[in-house]
Design a protein around this ligand. Sequence first.
Ligand SMILES: C[S@@+](CC[C@H](N)C(=O)[O-])C[C@H]1O[C@@H](n2cnc3c(N)ncnc32)[C@H](O)[C@@H]1O
Length: 269
Amino acid sequence: MRKIVTYYLSASMAMKRILWRAMHRFIINKYKGSELVFLNYGYDYLDSKKESPKLQDIDEKERYCLQLYHSTVADVELKNRDILEVGCGRGGGASYITRYFKPKSYIGLDMSKEVIKFNNRYHKMPGLSFVTGNAQKLPFEDQSFDAIVNVESSRSYNDIDAFISEVHRALRPKGYLLFADIRTEEENELLRERFNRFGLKVIKEVNIIQNVVTALNLDSERRCDLIKKKTPKMFHGFAEEFSSTKDSKRYEEFADGTMIYLQYVLQKE
Ligand SMILES: C[S@@+](CC[C@H](N)C(=O)[O-])C[C@H]1O[C@@H](n2cnc3c(N)ncnc32)[C@H](O)[C@@H]1O
């Protein structure tokens, strides 16, 4: 698995697009939308359960994944604002934020056209739409958005500078980047320096690895069940790594501190 991750991170953009499209096609064929609309590691509120959002029954199944979105965006007013999400995956976060935070508009962007087709069919609601595009060359005019959301997508971007510069260009003055993803400590030093260099001021930076590991512990059974039910046996190991269930190498890296998980609120200066 380590080899696959290393290969993936250093692959060309075209190859990553092929891999993600294959992955999304597989998931679309196997899972109904109601079973799996998030592809992230999740977040638990630890002791401060009072902060965890009240949810409709339909949202309870993927509570931890949804809470990762909630905790990433909760510090900024999104009501009546124009929001873009980059790397929206299967649209669970886009749907949640649109329904609960009531932005004026919310556009989810992903490089996989299969998943965008799925999202436009599955998550139909006023104000929400999905488009195919590349995080490193956003298909929008300057100063189009009040906030940009980016959850567990950025680590594999081949040109992170291009992404940050595009975010800065597409944000309105004083607009926000609401960011969550894994890094090593060293990678995070570089990331913070890049945000500063491109004119995104750090308003808040938190390492949420404990929240993520606890969520993985609490959600591991559901993840394993989904894998067992739908994935051919020969791919169980891969699916467990992708999903970071308790026996996976990725889980170990979270638990032993090799990887950290950053949540940032950044503001365009
Ligand atoms: C791990 S998934 C996370 C999806 C979603 N944010 C969530 O939390 O459920 C990462 C997503 O980023 C997308 N992605 C990766 N590189 C991208 C790029 N350069 N441009 C746009 N989307 C990208 C992938 O297609 C995938 O859907």
